[in-house]
Design a binder for this molecule. Structure first.
Ligand SMILES: [Zn+2]
Length: 441
């Protein structure tokens, strides 16, 4: 892939979970540095963060101000490492948390409201809340304007064109402070811009709407300022498959290379933003806190994206400490698609344990890969091959307890090798309780 191809990771920082020090929102600057060192060593060349729901207001607490100062330093440090920083902006979302009170988790209904942007007063407040951050993050490389989730309006008058109008207002506001940052539309949850009764409660219909309305937004790019590009989630390439075992022929086939070329001809960039492949989807909530190994499905997705000639791919992580392997695999595959899953697992194992133990640890990682819930969820025709694994359940538990972590940290992992082995061991223990049950468990 060419030199300026973006291999980015979105570190979701809107959710608060325990232990708090693991949430990117609460990371201290030294931890961000360590994490950027690790990503840069892998060849990841962009990170993204996002001030969502509870935080979309003018900051008033020590936590918020500290956070903004940390992120300003993160932007500078990322630039020193040759990495870009993108910032995600929600569409019509405003915090409801009173000034002076600490931000709360964005999943809390008391945290936010989604006022209709057709109301001029509400629209003014929405833009003003984001404007503060546009001014603060002056050195940032790109702003990405989310369609929904959180955000969207079901008033009956709003539709995807309302989102486009709001995006244009955001663009104008950004340009007051920042003439150079790139601006991207992100069509994630664009289906939330329609009346509730038009949204079929079935997940699959939402995915169809996501594809149909993303296409509309892509077509409407022609009318946006020339330096606005687009990020497409491509849910239909993977999520309906994983969630509901949908057959390939039921998935809308878009966009094709021609559509991407058309956007390129306008001088705009097109990115893939496939959320919930490195991290677990809410439908697999029972797997949160597991270390994922889902290399074969990540590869299947990347293979589908490859012919589109995109400008980059952004993977996502919520709990980055638990997902060092997926970050490693994402970087490895996007740098060199010829590397095998087995090689990736072996290289990762070699960073954690001495050479004579690497083969043993490989088998543990291969076992986790072969027990990924997607293997249980997907219809036969979509299952990927298992990686080679010479060990069974009782063997891998013995192996993980019997191997010793390297004392050094040659891969500059953000967790030291011994902590990383603990993450793997705890994953095996949890797998023992919830073996191969896949979705909704
Ligand atoms: Zn509305």
């Amino acid at each position: 892939m060419e030199k300026d191809f973006i291999r980015g990771i979105y570190l979701h920082d809107g959710f608060i979970f325990e232990p708090r020090e693991r949430c990117p929102f609460f990371w201290v600057y030294e931890y961000w540095k360590k994490y950027l060192d690790w990503l840069a060593s892998l060849g990841i060349n962009a990170i993204e963060f996002c001030t969502q729901a509870a935080f979309l207001r003018k900051p008033s607490t020590e936590t918020e101000f500290r956070r903004i100062e940390i992120m300003k330093r993160v932007i500078k440090y990322a630039h020193q490492k040759g990495m870009k920083v993108w910032y995600i902006v929600a569409s019509n979302v405003l915090s409801k948390v009173p000034a002076g009170e600490e931000p709360i988790d964005q999943r809390d209904k008391d945290a936010y409201e989604e006022p209709c942007p057709m109301n001029p007063e509400a629209r003014g407040k929405i833009i003003a809340a984001a404007s503060y951050f546009f001014e603060q993050y002056e050195g940032i490389d790109a702003f990405e304007l989310f369609a929904g989730d959180w955000g969207g309006c079901n008033c009956g008058k709003c539709d995807y064109t309302t989102y486009l109008g709001l995006a244009r207002d955001y663009y104008n506001e950004i340009r007051k402070f920042n003439k150079t940052a790139e601006v991207y539309l992100n069509t994630w949850a664009v289906s939330y811009w329609q009346e509730y009764d038009k949204i079929n409660p079935e997940w699959l219909k939402i995915f169809d709407d996501e594809a149909r309305l993303s296409m509309k937004v892509a077509e409407a790019l022609e009318d946006m300022p020339v330096d606005v590009g687009i990020c497409l989630p491509f849910h239909h390439l993977y999520r309906p498959l994983a969630i509901a075992g949908r057959n390939a022929e039921q998935c809308p086939a878009w966009p094709d290379r021609q559509m991407v070329e058309k956007i390129h001809q306008q001088g705009r960039k097109v990115f893939a933003w496939p959320h919930f492949i490195m991290e677990n989807d809410p439908i697999h909530i029972g797997r949160w806190g597991f270390m994922n190994a889902r290399l074969s499905y990540l590869r299947a997705l990347l293979e589908q994206l490859e012919p589109l000639d995109l400008d980059g791919i952004i993977g996502n992580l919520y709990n980055p400490q638990m997902q060092p392997l997926m970050a490693f695999a994402f970087a490895a595959m996007t740098k060199d698609s010829s590397i095998s899953d087995e090689d990736i697992l072996m290289k990762f194992a070699s960073m954690l344990v001495a050479e004579n133990d690497a083969g043993k640890l490989y088998n543990v990682l291969a076992f986790i890969e072969n027990n990924d819930p997607w293997q249980a969820d997907l219809p036969e025709s979509w299952k990927t091959r298992h990686v080679e694994c010479k060990k069974g359940w009782s063997d891998v538990m013995d192996i993980i307890k019997g191997i010793t972590a390297r004392a050094d940290n040659p891969g500059v992992l953000q967790l030291c090798p011994s902590d990383c082995l603990k993450v793997i061991e705890s994953t095996l223990e949890q797998l023992e309780k919830k073996p191969l049950t896949g979705s909704l468990s």
